[in-house]
Ligand binder design. Sequence first.
Ligand SMILES: [Fe+2]
Length: 286
Amino acid sequence: MQIEPLHKDFGACIRGVTLSGMTDPETLILVRQAIDEYSLLCFPDQDMSDEKQLAFTKLLGTPEAEHVLYGSTGEVSYFGTVGNVKDDGSLQDQTNARYQSGNQLWHSDSSFRETPSFVSILHAHEVPAVGGETEFVSMRSGYQRLSQDEQQRLASMHVIHDYVFSRSAVAPVNPNHAASLPPVMHPMVRTNPGNGHNNYYIGSHARSIVGMSGVESRELLDQLLQHTTESAHIIRHAWAAGQTVIWDNRCLLHRGAGYDAARWRRRMRQTRVVGNEKGVIHTIPV
Ligand SMILES: [Fe+2]
């Protein structure tokens, strides 16, 4: 297993590991440690199918049911498709393209869930020759770049994450789907249990901070986001077919860069692993 760091803050490219059909417990432990340490792992040249991806996902924990399908219809699927290609190989309609434009905002996958994601696993089957990169930033690095006073100020805060708040700005949310995802409250500061590193936990689903006015909340959330996403601290990941990328949603934000969906095909399959930390369903005072 060869680990090549991608940036001084976080991220690594890992070679010499085959994720599908992994049976060696020691390699799995190394992968888990690398997630804790680097937050973003890219494994090039992986032979991956949906079946193999789901089996690998289960090695890291409980797969997360894809929320759009589940919330809208009650059907459970562990896969999300990123891109513009449907299962039958044809191109998707504009409605879905509009929904996916929400992925171009900085976010942590499933921060709006009562139990947010641990990691996302995204495998690239077909990628555009131009565009379609994914950008990543580390909220751990951002936290470490704050003064002690600023860190202390965040320590007791709680943040409301709300899917309907963030996605309604981009596209209408199906009413059943909306009802399945009430606002939740998470601590502003999270600690990685493996190495004790802290990070704040924000992103596009973060609606407000408990006990602060809407304007104050917005100012602080925007300031933290700006601080996190300064250009020197971004990893802009260019995809190649065959890559499997794992990222730690507990401490990273990401966003998709646009591409010309009328010109290029893009098909990527995503699974996620359920995290260990549970938030609190937030009842809005009336
Ligand atoms: Fe995402």
